[in-house]
Design a protein. Sequence first.
Length: 284
Amino acid sequence: MTHKQRHHQSDSKAPAAKGEQPLIIFGIHAVAAALANPHRVIRHVALSGNAERRLQQSLAARQLAHERVLPKDLDRRLGAETVHQGALIEAEPLPEPSLASLAERLPWGPLLVLDQVTDPHNVGAILRSAAVFGAAGLVLTRRHSPPLDGALAKSASGALEQVPIALVQNLARAVLDLKQLGVMIVGLDAEASAGLESGTWPQRAALVLGAEGKGLRQLTRASCDRLCRIASAGALNSLNVSNAAAVALHWAGLQRLGKTGRPHVDGATLGAAPSLQGSESERD
């Protein structure tokens, strides 16, 4: 049985129009970040007793009502294998930035463009690296990309609320639009002849990564201004796409530090975004 627990006046919005489904975000860090994001409209909050204690300050700050649930209630809703940590919210999508607004952020870090990367855990991990290393934003296609909630939000560990994401209908057209905005398009390709480390990183750049196995599609590859690969010393010459994104973002950050003279102290975060929380292995 569930119990209603009230804390101040709720700012949950009325349900969306008929047929529209709310986004489902679960996990302590993902839910805490959503609660802390004033641009995220929260419709409903369901928390176990332990999660309620951990999120008490976030709830109070938003003056949100929440529903008290048992962990098994969320197990039934999400599946017994889902690590929800007793925290779930129903929310509305965030406002989408334009490509032009993302391009304005480029002095702080490169854009990331994903070419049909469909695994939510990979996209979530890429978002987390983007937040840590200060990427300007992420560009995804509306089709052939995972939904911006659920497993993606959990894997992102809060970064979904920090990294602006533009959704585009046509990736080739979006790449052309970025070029017209003065952005250099750098494709990461394991078969490229040039190494990522061999060139100077441009200040206004977008890094394009393809799906594991398929890599960049031919049209995407042909639209890149430069193709490069990550140097390898072992028998394997390719990385998981989320690991490749992290390596490339770190390298871009080192290049930016060399150009801008921004301070770097004993492993401090290279980008403008704050460091995120650590592992979410515990279960409520």
